[in-house]
Design a protein around this ligand. Structure first.
Ligand code: FPP
Length: 258
């Protein structure tokens, strides 16, 4: 990955209508590692390992396709309920990923941010996540948002709690609570809402991912399992996004004769 391949992103909010620019923010639910492995008679861990390779491809493709922010759902708050061995495998893959890839991501001018709950993470994992954020803080290229130990309902609960505390302490007038204020209290406070949410593996669910932020996102549900995701799949999802009419609940200006 080289920083010379300048992306064509825009900081402008998308206008209603058929998008002219690539999606500013793409968020991905990387699903199907286990089924990919099972279909090949391989252990689940092999599916997750291949999932990390697909994740690298997705980062490179986002950079090349001119996406500004890429959010990857890497570990949900619900994933703790998996067998301890699988949880441990996923933690180890994150350790490996940061240790092996951080220098290259930094060189590619990628900024890493982490969203999700930090309180109950193993201390070394937290240390690595903070190191990734600190090392890349000043980078101006692709914004890579890693959703780790993330749950959208938990994120909203935590925001509501802080807003309620501010109101109770007289620091906030409840009449001033609006959608913008709630957005500002989420982990994604300074990241624009996703324009496109991709989910692999054929499941048609959002699974507690960016519930508030996806209010007007376009969705692409792909039949392939995550380890098979590649630049072509990313391009096709973006092409599909660019053929949609985004209306944000309104109506587009009437066409002549329509
Ligand atoms: C879904 O597959 C995948 C996850 C649990 C999260 C994504 C994980 C990776 C891409 C690999 C780990 C990478 C890091 C950086 C932690 P699944 O196990 O739910 O698949 P299934 O639904 O087919 O069982």
């Amino acid at each position: 990955m080289t920083p010379t391949n300048l992306p064509r992103w825009t900081d402008e909010a998308p206008e209603p209508g058929v998008p002219e620019a690539p999606p500013r923010h793409v968020a991905i639910i990387m699903d199907g590692n286990g089924r990919w492995a099972a279909a090949r008679g391989l252990p689940r861990l092999e599916g997750h390992r291949r999932g990390v390779e697909a994740l690298r491809k997705a980062i490179r493709a986002a950079h090349e396709l001119g996406v500004r922010h890429l959010t990857l759902y890497s570990f949900s708050v619900e994933n703790w309920s998996r067998p301890a061995e699988e949880v441990s495998d996923l933690m180890n893959l994150l350790r490996l990923f940061i240790r092996r890839d951080l220098a290259e991501l930094h060189k590619a001018n990628i900024r890493i941010r982490v969203i999700g709950e930090r309180g109950n993470l193993p201390p070394d994992i937290l240390g690595l996540l903070v190191e990734a954020e600190t090392t890349t803080r000043a980078n101006t290229g692709l914004d890579l948002v890693v959703a780790f130990n993330y749950g959208a309902r938990q994120e909203i609960v935590s925001a509501v709690r802080r807003i309620a505390e501010a109101a109770r302490d007289g620091r906030l007038d409840p009449a001033k609570i609006d959608a913008g204020l709630i957005s500002d209290h989420l982990d994604t406070a300074d990241i624009p809402d996703p324009d496109l949410v991709i989910r692999t593996s054929g499941e048609l669910r959002i699974s507690n991912f960016l519930l508030w932020q996806s209010a007007y996102a376009e969705f692409a549900f792909l039949p392939m399992h995550w380890p098979d995701f590649d630049k072509q799949a990313f391009e096709e999802a973006v092409a599909s996004y660019r053929s949609r009419q985004r209306r944000y609940g309104g109506r587009l200006a009437a066409r002549a004769g329509a």
